[in-house]
Design a protein. Structure first.
Length: 159
């Protein structure tokens, strides 16, 4: 199987929206947002394709007030592709881009019950020869509707 990982383009917004909805775990935002991410933040996002079909993606951006921080917002892999390391390949693809040399910290938020994402970022920290630090950030009060808290997960890079 030939997996192609590349920065998304405007046309990939619909496929990313589909993957978010199919994940049944990610918060679904408007398709408009996924089109903007695919276009405006293409350099810091990635989409994975097999036979010209999107099978995974990662959306991320550099914090405007701290451009040396990469915030990973959402990662999804199509059900048929899970368990094959594709999520890590997507994140690894970001670390191999030229701009990543300027990154001093990778951040995201992960609900404590999301074991797969917690394991993914622990593995990323290991690959980056670092460790995961977790602190309170978004609480259920912020997120409402019985949404589980999402602590801030940080991986500080030693370069």
């Amino acid at each position: 199987m030939n997996i192609i990982i590349r920065p998304p383009s405007l046309q990939d917004g619909a496929a990313i929206t589909r993957l978010v909805k199919e994940s049944q775990t990610l918060d679904v935002n408007s398709s408009y947002l996924y089109f903007l991410l695919s276009d405006h933040f293409s350099p810091t996002c990635a989409i994975a394709e097999v036979d010209n079909k999107a099978v995974g993606f990662v959306t991320a951006y550099r914090l405007p007030q701290a451009p040396s921080v990469l915030f990973v917002w959402q990662v999804a892999v199509e059900a048929s592709m899970r368990g094959q390391g594709l999520a890590m390949q997507l994140l690894q693809n970001l670390t191999e881009r030229d701009w990543f040399a300027q990154i001093k910290q990778v951040q995201c938020t992960i609900s404590p019950s999301n074991q797969a994402s917690n394991a993914l970022f622990a593995k990323l920290a290991q690959r980056l020869d670092s460790k995961v630090e977790i602190r309170d950030y978004l609480t259920s009060v912020h997120l409402g509707n019985g949404h589980e808290a999402e602590p801030l997960v940080s991986i500080s890079l030693t370069k």
